[in-house]
Write a protein that binds this ligand. Structure first.
Ligand SMILES: [Zn+2]
Length: 278
């Protein structure tokens, strides 16, 4: 049996057995608890459980099981042992592949909701049958589910990591710097610009770390590490409240484990701990 997720946009004409349904109501997902662990709704179709859904989208197969995204109609009675759980919470319980499927479902539904009408001429759009896209018949403008790239940068200097705390009510977490890619930029120039803007320092030896789809609402987070090259750490006072170098053995409150920022901080800190103390 294949463990992979194989994406597709067209449901098979005939299918048997149960499918996995990523059913959303706003940003909450329909789950059933199994031994304390939330699982996706599993059924041939939600109608079989007297659940009305709208905006049904085929996603592909996962472990050879068909997957769909759907939006729950208002005021539905959930089947026994089922509940709605926030997407963020659900992602904390599942593997990377499943997180990707749920993020994909969320973003496709969001795109579908927001692209019913052409952004250029205002006429209704139609779903295409040869790809996942919506086209305006009068002016031919086509839209695809958007993905907005963002960067994350973890700066290190000897055994220290540069971590920043964003403004936000009650926020006590320090993390790597992050920001959106602007039109015309390479990822490297975004990394340099964001570092200068947010904390006023220069960096060198920028290296790719990894990436993570982040469906809040439609980002692809591309993470890098870099060495500190100069300048005084100066929080911008707009987005960043505090920023400082922390010794790897005295790290502050960090982001939760599901984010690539935490994975990168853990991995880089592990490497830096091997360096001799000054
Ligand atoms: Zn149009």
């Amino acid at each position: 049996m294949s463990n992979a997720f194989i994406p597709d946009f067209k449901a098979p004409a005939q299918r048997t057995g149960k499918a996995l349904w990523v059913v959303f109501e706003a940003n909450r997902i329909l789950i059933r608890m199994e031994a304390g662990v939330p699982q996706l709704f599993c059924s041939h179709h939600p109608n079989d459980h007297a659940l009305e859904v709208s905006q049904e989208h085929y996603l592909g197969t996962y472990q050879e099981q068909h997957c769909f995204a759907a939006e729950l109609a208002p005021d539905q009675n959930l089947p026994d042992a089922h509940a709605m759980l926030g997407l963020r919470d659900f992602l904390g319980h599942v593997n990377e592949t499943m997180a990707g499927i749920c993020g994909r479902a969320y973003q496709i539904l969001e795109w579908e909701r927001n692209h019913q009408f052409c952004g250029k001429c205002g006429q209704p759009t139609q779903l295409r049958d040869n790809e996942r896209a919506r086209t305006c018949v009068p002016c031919k403008r086509t839209s695809y589910p958007p993905v907005a790239p963002a960067i994350m940068i973890l700066i290190h200097d000897g055994r220290k990591l540069l971590l920043a705390k964003k403004f936000g009510w009650g926020n006590t977490r320090y993390s790597a710097l992050a920001g959106f890619v602007e039109p015309g930029e390479t990822l490297e120039t975004t990394v340099i610009r964001e570092t200068r803007e947010e904390v006023g320092v220069e960096i060198k030896n920028i290296r790719y770390f990894g990436s993570q789809p982040w469906p809040f609402p439609n980002n692809l987070m591309v993470a890098f590490t870099a060495e500190y090259a100069g300048g005084v750490v100066t929080p911008d006072g707009v987005e960043i409240e505090e920023a400082a170098f922390f010794d790897v053995d005295e790290l502050p409150n960090l982001p939760p484990g599901i984010s690539i920022s935490r994975r990168m901080i853990n991995q880089v800190a592990e490497e830096l701990r091997k360096l001799p103390r000054p």
